[in-house]
Design a protein around this ligand. Sequence first.
Ligand code: RIB
Length: 340
Amino acid sequence: MAVTIKDIARLANVSVTTVSRVINNKPEGVSEETRQKILKLVKELGYQPNAIARGLVTKKTKTIGLIIPDISNPFFPDIARGVEDSAHIYGYNVFLCNTDDNLEKESEYIRALKEKYVDGIIFTSSVPSDYQHIMELVRDGVPIVMMDRRMESEEIYGVFIDNYEGGYLATKHLIDLGHRKIGCITGPLKVKNARERLEGYKRALLDNGIEVDERLIFEGDYKINSGIIGTEKLLNDNKDITAIFACNDLMAYGAYKTIRSYGYKIPDDISVVGFDDILLSQIMEPQLTTIRQPAYDMGLTAARMLIKLIEGKKVSKKIIIFKPQLVIRQSTASVDEGVF
Ligand code: RIB
């Protein structure tokens, strides 16, 4: 029985896509060791590529996968809109996968997308510290672009924002208004961008001669409820707090709820800053001062980068980092104006 491409893939312990890339002389993302192993097996087993099978494996499906961690957070639909608009321009469809920040679901979706032979995947990984499942795809030669939540790997293409600068800008804005007792409700610290925003908060305090007080820091999870309970803890533990930096807008909305339930006013008694600048922040009362992430443009850029990788075109920059922007609205005021 003739040797098939699946036999080669199984023996080389790689995907069929990888074998196809090597025998079609498109080994981008395939290590030299893997490439040599495949070519040795092809020679030793006398494999003859079946023209039809080859067409099936290398045929582009003109689809890309987009994996996001929380579809209920308006930040991610903004990203998805940018990805879809960009993909549409280049004639690609998008499979949207929501993982609910669950690593198991993320791995399931990766398997599903491979089975559908998507041409590439854009990832906002829920657990970027444990990303072997993503590195396998990279080694298999599947075009990958990471977005928003960065992983430490030279092999990764990605589109991110400068989260450290965003945390610094938010905190510096409050310090410039005279605040010294500034609470911080972080995102989940397993996620790198949450740690970077917290580091920016700490650095802004230290650069202005303010000690970092751990009692003013509460680890949230980017969801509204953690903003509610985090603000309760901050207000219970720090009677002299005058401002809160919530590391995303949804947690800032939670802070609004608790601040009011304690009988305080925003910003008269307590100023609040968020992060993301999702649409709701312009509608909130008072409108939220926040750090803008150009989510739509990040999605647009990530899709363009991925499609260039899929089509074997040159990608000028492996990592693109957007600048955050402080958007001052009505939820922050000088501490002198407050009656708190
Ligand atoms: O609001 C959700 C948060 O998670 C955003 O700040 C975004 O950066 C994502 O990582």
